[in-house]
Design a protein. Structure first.
Length: 598
């Protein structure tokens, strides 16, 4: 932990110093740019007095220098913002090491109380597994990470290849944080990436192809020829102005449709620039693992890289934005029919890359999600990668703990479940550790199938569907009682088993909403049913009569417990899983100690 703290503290200092230097450079450039503007304006004024041709040449030279300095200033500003973003990223990592993950989105929008396990295992929400993992800089990456935690991967090879990618990216700390910083540089809202996809699939119908090519080449030639004739004194300045009215009138015929298209593409500019930078990072990095190499290959199109291609689109949109300034727009359209050229380039881009955007965005999403798992691996060097194996026991784990608990002081437990059709019934006093252990098993199973490391020293498992019933609640909106909600949950588990899929079930206190005798009878009947359907899993209960099933289903049911020690003054918990049935309960003792009863 101390080494990680040092790493992130050093990076905060490093990037803070870099940002400070860039700020100084930016201030100097602003000063120089102001001086260039004043000198250029003065020079152009006197040059025009000497002659129009000298005035135009001076103005062109001045504008060229000034625009170069504007671009240089913007470049410095982007680098400064990037350094500032890296400072915040490393400060957030320092906070996360202390258990504060509030800097990261919690994935609450993906919460689903009816999902097979999300609600019970705190996968989404504040201080959840998702918030602990999430280092995504894009919304598509966040959705991909959420999908990996929601829809469990069952294929061994996919899990292993994702693990290999996580191992590789763990080592690339600079690259990962740059990827995250560029992703976070421009905030996204729901639907931003879809806007780009919708746009590319909606052909621009503004410039007729046959007439358009003639206008694009002939009109600029006409304008520049008129300018040359004016400079050499063949025609007057007034005749030049009249000549330049022709391209302006023709461009004006399309102005409403161009304005409408500009409004559409301007809203896409931020995400296009961001995704272009991320794609270029993916393309330029030399990866070793096949999973990442395959993603890298997926963003190449007939020798053209996705990053440069989508950056080109951003450049076209930037060019179109130049018309927003009235004087600049008039000049560009008078000499270059700028609006029509920009629309022509947008049309060509659509035709060339229409079928590629989905693939490019999917690659960004996967790399972004893998980066989150790699950061989790980097921050938890004591965690191990689980071994998926279809032929192995359902689960074999050594020193399994809950990944959200602080490693120092956390009590870990070994656990094994041999085959489908086998269950472990866990008993124990209140607060002895049953529910935490159940969630530790469930959460680590989810992490394992997502391709992440788990909180254990050894974790070998069979990739299976996971279903839990631990936190059933009533619903006024659905007019459901607590007991009815629980029955619906148990029915969903039976339906899942009827599909014939291998399923790992975690149950915390079956039939909590009914009386003791009815609960015991119903619980036994339910356990017998799911054993017969070849399920496997863990059941925690206070009902000791359920443990009697171990003798009836020898080899299929094992009893384990979390025991407590009662002294004259206190209750002692060791949170260690032991074989057998719990002997000590503590509810009556604690009520007396707290003065609730006598």
């Amino acid at each position: 932990m101390e080494d990680l703290v040092t790493v992130y503290q050093n990076r905060v200092v490093q990037f803070s110093q870099a940002a400070k230097e860039l700020r100084k450079q930016t201030n100097w450039v602003v000063l120089l740019r102001t001086m260039v503007f004043l000198l250029g304006a003065t020079g152009a004024f006197f040059a025009f007095k000497a002659g129009v041709q000298w005035g135009i040449l001076t103005l062109v030279l001045f504008l060229g220098t000034f625009l170069w300095m504007v671009r240089f200033h913007l470049s410095l500003k982007k680098r400064y913002n990037h350094m500032q973003q890296l400072v915040q990223i490393n400060k957030a990592e320092l906070a996360a090491l202390q258990g504060d993950v509030s800097a990261y989105r919690n994935g609450d929008v993906y919460r689903d109380v009816d999902h097979p396990f999300l609600h019970d295992l705190d996968i989404f929400g504040d201080e959840s597994i998702f918030q602990t993992l999430n280092r995504t800089g894009t919304l598509v990456g966040e959705k991909q990470l959420a999908a990996w935690l929601t829809i469990l991967e069952r294929d061994d090879e996919t899990i292993l290849s994702r693990q290999a990618a996580v191992r590789e990216l763990k080592k690339l700390l600079d690259w990962r944080q740059d990827f995250q910083a560029y992703g976070e540089a421009s905030a996204e809202i729901e639907g931003d990436s879809q806007k780009v996809i919708d746009w590319v699939n909606t052909p621009i119908d503004i410039l007729p192809t046959s007439i358009g090519k003639v206008l694009l080449y002939i009109l600029p030639l006409f304008s520049f020829a008129s300018l040359a004739l004016t400079i050499f004194g063949v025609i007057t300045e007034m005749q030049l102005l009249l000549a330049l009215l022709l391209p302006l009138i023709i461009v004006g015929l399309f102005v409403k449709r161009v304005n409408k298209q500009q409004a559409v593409v301007s809203n896409m500019q931020a995400i296009i620039q961001k995704y272009a930078r991320l794609l270029m990072m993916i393309e330029e990095q030399k990866f070793e693992e096949q999973y990442l190499i395959t993603l890298q290959e997926s963003v190449k199109t007939e020798g053209k890289t996705a990053g440069e291609s989508i950056r080109k689109l951003g450049g076209i949109i930037n060019a179109l934005e130049n018309r927003a300034n009235v004087f600049v727009g008039l000049g560009l359209n008078a000499f270059l029919v700028w609006d029509l050229w920009c629309i022509h380039r947008l049309q060509n881009w659509q035709k060339e890359f229409k079928g590629d955007l989905h693939r490019w965005f999917d690659a960004i999403a996967e790399v972004d999600a893998v980066c989150s798992l790699a950061a989790f691996h980097f921050n938890h060097p004591g965690f191990v990668f689980p071994v998926p194996n279809d032929q192995s026991p359902v689960l074999t784990g050594v020193a399994i703990g809950h990944p959200l608990l602080v490693e120092k002081g956390r009590v870990d437990n070994d656990f094994q479940l041999q085959e489908q059709g086998c269950f472990t019934i866990i008993t124990g006093a209140n607060m002895a550790g049953k529910s935490t252990f159940l969630r530790a098993i469930g959460v680590n199973m989810v992490l394992a199938m997502a391709g992440a490391p788990v909180a254990a020293k050894k974790f070998e498992f069979r990739p299976v569907q996971l279903y839990t019933s631990m936190r059933t609640t009533d619903s006024l909106q659905k007019n459901e009682s607590y007991f009815h909600s629980e029955l619906i949950r148990l029915k969903a588990i039976v339906k899942q088993l009827e599909k014939g899929e291998s399923t790992f079930i975690i149950l915390d206190e079956i039939l909590k909403g009914t009386n003791s005798k009815d609960k015991a009878t119903g619980s036994k009947a339910f356990v017998k049913k799911i054993i017969g359907m070849q399920a496997a899993g863990i059941i925690a209960t206070h009902d000791l009569s359920l443990c009697e099933l171990a003798s009836e289903f020898e080899g299929n049911i094992r009893n384990q417990c979390f025991e407590v020690t009662l002294t004259s003054n206190d209750v002692l918990f060791d949170y260690l899983l032991k074989d057998g049935v719990c002997k000590n309960m503590n509810a009556t003792f604690l009520m007396k100690k707290m003065g609730i009863t006598t």
